[in-house]
Design a protein around this ligand. Structure first.
Ligand code: AVJ
Ligand code: FE
Length: 417
C-alpha cells in the first residue's frame, strides 16, 4: 500500500497494524527462552510479559470495549493487565508459542472486526493501539541491550573516523524571543500532547546537536563522577547509591566520539550541563527549537516538515540497531537549524511530566494521568529503537530521573550567551 491523500482511514489503519506487527514478530523470531522470561532489571518487565500485554490491550479495547465481544483469554487478564501484578511477579509466563498464539488469535479477530467497524469515531483508539504496541516494542529493545550488557556481548564494530569536528559539536543556535505552538491536537496525538497551546519564551540558546561521547569524555576526565560540585543534591545522592562512573552504554572506542552519549540518567545529564556552564532545556524550549517555523509561524509535525520519519531523516525503527553520529542526518534539520532531534537517542529535558491546559485522559487514566506526580522528567525525540508511529516533535516520554536503560542522551541550553 502506498500511502496518499486518498488512502481511506480503514486502509491506513490496516496498513499500520500490519506494518507494526510485522516488526514485532521479527523481534520474536530472534528470541530464546531465557531472554523471553528473564527479568533483567526490576524496572522492566520480562519480554514475554510485554508481548502478552500487547495482545491483552488490543483485545480489551478493540474486542471487548468496541466490538462488544467477551474476553477471549480470561485466564490472562490478571497477568497482562497494566494494573494487574507488580513487575516482579510478571515472570510466571505462558511459553513463547502460547503468547504467539494469543497475539495471532486476537489479531485475527481484530482484523475481522476492522472490516465491519465504523472506523471514523474510533480512529483515535486504533491509532493509540498502534502507538501502544510500538512503545512496548521499544522497551523490548531496552531489555535486549540489558541482556547483552549482562552477557558482555558488545555490538560488533565499526572503525571509522569522526566526521564532526569538536568546534562544530559545540555549536549552539539562538532561538529569538517569541511565541510558538506547543502540543498536538491531531488524531494520532496521545492524551498528554493535547491541548495545543501558545507559549512565549524569552531568547535562549540550544545545542545544535545532542551532547556527544567525545564531549562527555571531557566531563569524565575532569573527574565528573568524583566531584559533587557539578551535581544537584538529589543527583549526588543518586550517584552514591548507583555507584556508576560512565554512561550505561559507554564506548571507550574513540570512533564513537561523534555519537550521542547514550544511557545516562537525568542526574548525569544535569551534572554534565552544569560542568559546561549550561543547563538542560525545558520541554518547551526543546519543542520550539525542533518544530517551530518562525517564517511561516506554523508548527511542523517533524523538524523537517510533514514527511513521515524514514531512514532519510533519522536513525529509528532499529534499522541500524545502535546510535549514529549526531551529524549523520543532514535532512533532519529543523527550521532553526537543529539536527538529530528525532531518533538516535531520547533527550532528557528539565521539565516534569505534567498536563497541558485542558488535558483529558485517553483512553484510560493509567496512560498518562497517574504519572503527573512530579517524579517523572520529560524526554523528547525518540531513539534508534523508536518506531515511526511515535516519532514527532510533540511526543512526550517520561521516566524517573534515575533511569538509564532507555537509550537517553540530551542536549544543553543557556539563557545568556
Ligand atoms: C510512555 C514509555 C513511559 O512504558 O510506561 C505503554 C508507555 N503506557 N503502556 C510506559 C506505555 C502504557 C509508557 N512510557
Ligand atoms: Fe501498556
Amino acid at each position: 500500500l502506498k500511502l496518499s491523500k486518498s488512502t481511506s482511514t480503514k486502509e491506513f489503519i490496516y496498513y499500520a497494524l500490519n506494518d507494526c506487527r510485522k516488526k514485532t514478530l521479527k523481534l520474536i523470531d530472534e528470541l530464546d527462552d531465557t531472554t523471553f522470561r528473564n527479568q533483567y532489571h526490576p524496572d522492566f518487565s520480562p519480554v514475554g510479559w510485554h508481548l502478552g500485554h500487547i495482545a491483552y490491550t488490543e483485545s480489551l479495547w478493540l474486542l471487548e470495549h468496541s466490538a462488544g465481544l467477551r474476553c477471549l483469554f480470561p485466564q490472562y487478564r490478571k497477568l497482562f493487565a497494566a494494573d494487574g501484578l507488580p513487575k516482579c511477579e510478571r515472570v510466571q509466563l505462558p511459553n513463547l508459542e502460547e503468547i504467539a498464539d494469543y497475539l495471532q488469535t486476537v489479531r485475527d479477530k481484530v482484523l475481522e472486526y476492522l472490516e465491519v467497524a465504523d472506523i471514523e469515531p474510533q480512529e483515535r483508539l486504533w491509532r493509540f493501539l498502534i502507538q501502544h504496541e510500538s512503545q512496548h516494542c521499544e522497551i523490548l529493545s531496552y531489555v535486549w541491550e540489558l541482556a547483552k550488557s549482562q552477557q558482555s556481548i558488545v555490538n560488533s564494530q565499526q572503525s571509522k573516523f569522526v566526521t564532526l569536528d569538536v568546534a562544530k559539536q559545540a555549536e549552539m543556535v539562538m532561538i529569538p524571543a517569541g511565541e510558538f505552538e506547543q502540543g498536538n491536537n491531531s488524531l494520532d496525538a496521545l492524551d498528554n500532547e493535547s491541548l495545543c497551546h501558545r507559549v512565549y519564551l524569552d531568547t535562549y540558546w540550544i545545542d545544535r546537536y545532542p551532547v556527544t561521547c567525545g564531549q562527555y569524555r571531557e566531563f569524565m576526565r575532569a573527574g565528573g563522577y568524583e566531584n559533587s560540585e557539578w551535581w544537584s543534591k538529589a543527583g549526588w545522592q543518586w550517584l552514591q547509591i548507583a555507584q556508576v562512573t560512565q554512561p550505561l552504554y559507554w564506548h571507550s572506542d574513540r570512533s564513537y566520539d561523534d555519537h550521542p552519549v547514550c544511557g545516562v540518567s537525568w542526574y548525569e545529564a544535569e551534572a554534565y550541563s552544569r560542568f559546561v556552564g549550561k543547563r538542560l532545556p525545558t520541554e518547551a524550549e526543546w519543542e520550539k527549537a525542533a518544530s517551530w517555523d518562525a517564517q511561516t509561524k506554523h508548527r511542523r509535525t517533524y523538524p523537517w516538515g510533514e514527511e513521515i520519519p524514514t531512514p532519510k531523516y533519522c536513525n529509528c525503527d532499529r534499522l541500524i540497531s545502535q546510535t549514529t553520529p549526531v551529524n549523520a542526518y543532514p535532512e533532519s534539520k529543523s527550521a532553526y537549524g537543529l539536527f538529530d532531534t528525532l531518533g538516535n537517542v531520547w533527550e532528557w529535558t528539565d521539565s516534569w511530566f505534567a498536563p497541558y491546559q485542558g488535558f483529558q485522559s485517553y483512553p484510560y487514566v493509567g496512560y498518562s494521568q497517574v504519572y503527573f506526580d512530579n517524579q517523572h522528567r520529560v524526554l523528547k525525540g525518540g531513539s534508534w529503537a523508536t518506531r515511526p508511529w511515535v516519532l514527532r516533535a510533540s511526543f512526550r516520554n517520561w521516566y524517573h530521573p534515575n533511569v538509564r536503560q532507555i537509550f537517553a542522551g540530551f542536549r544543553c541550553a543557556t539563557s545568556f550567551n
